[in-house]
Design a protein. Structure first.
Length: 239
């Protein structure tokens, strides 16, 4: 009886071992498929970002680069799901650096709007920046959104105060003609919890702006922040 029982035990162990090895092989294949799929997405994203920027319309506000899907793959959907953050172009942001017109609403900061601090001899409150998922309540303008993000970013970096929420409303396109220069971007370093600021965003300095009037409406002009300010045509040809 003992040899028979021993033989049955050995066969049982072999079956469990085979089942375990099959699971490992399946997991390895899934991992390879995930890495291959993610690599393809990154390559498609890079190729798409090299195309000339189209004329800005409402349907072009969000970048066509699949950052959102890539972030979900990186951060997962467990305790800290990837935030759904839109990507705005330089041209679109600049179209909102002005006074409100028609039925548009002013920045939620009112008299404390950052646009009023640029040139106090020509102070004005900027129009609010309204994103797709924003509630109907008043929203911050482009400048005040940048300023708020940068303040929370510095608190996070230098005061060890990790926010309990995402500190950016949106990210920015950069590093290509017509967009912002990478040298001017605010990016979360790897040593900090990147889930609170997963995408680079244009940094904020008041001396980046000047005020001008066009058609009776006050506007802000951005200066020394574009890709072209840091990259000569000959530089691009060398890469």
């Amino acid at each position: 009886m003992f040899p028979d029982k021993w033989g049955e035990k050995v066969e049982h162990v072999k079956k469990k071992q085979k089942s375990f090895m099959d699971k490992i092989q399946t997991a390895d294949l899934q991992h390879v498929d995930f890495i291959s799929d993610l690599r393809e997405k990154i390559e498609r994203s890079v190729n798409q970002t090299q195309r000339p920027a189209p004329e800005i319309h409402v349907d072009h506000i969000l970048s066509r680069v699949p950052y959102r899907e890539m972030l979900e793959n990186i951060f997962g959907n467990d305790q800290k799901p990837a935030p759904k953050i839109p990507i705005l172009s330089k041209v679109y942001e600049e179209s909102l650096m002005r006074q409100p017109v028609s039925q548009e609403q002013p920045c939620a900061m009112g008299e404390m709007c950052e646009a009023r601090m640029i040139d106090k001899s020509a102070a004005f409150t900027c129009v609010e920046l309204r994103l797709h998922d924003d509630p109907p309540t008043p929203q911050l303008c482009v400048l005040c959104s940048r300023c708020a993000t940068q303040k929370m970013f510095y608190d996070m970096c230098y005061a060890n105060k990790e926010p309990s929420c995402v500190i950016q409303r949106y990210g920015n396109i950069f590093g290509q003609p017509g967009e912002y220069s990478a040298e001017c971007m605010l990016s979360c370093p790897p040593s900090i919890a990147q889930h609170v600021m997963p995408l680079p965003v244009m940094s904020y300095q008041r001396n980046f702006f000047s005020v001008y009037t066009q058609g009776g409406v006050k506007h802000l002009r951005q200066e020394r922040v574009g890709y072209e300010h840091f990259h000569r045509p000959s530089d691009s040809a060398q890469h």
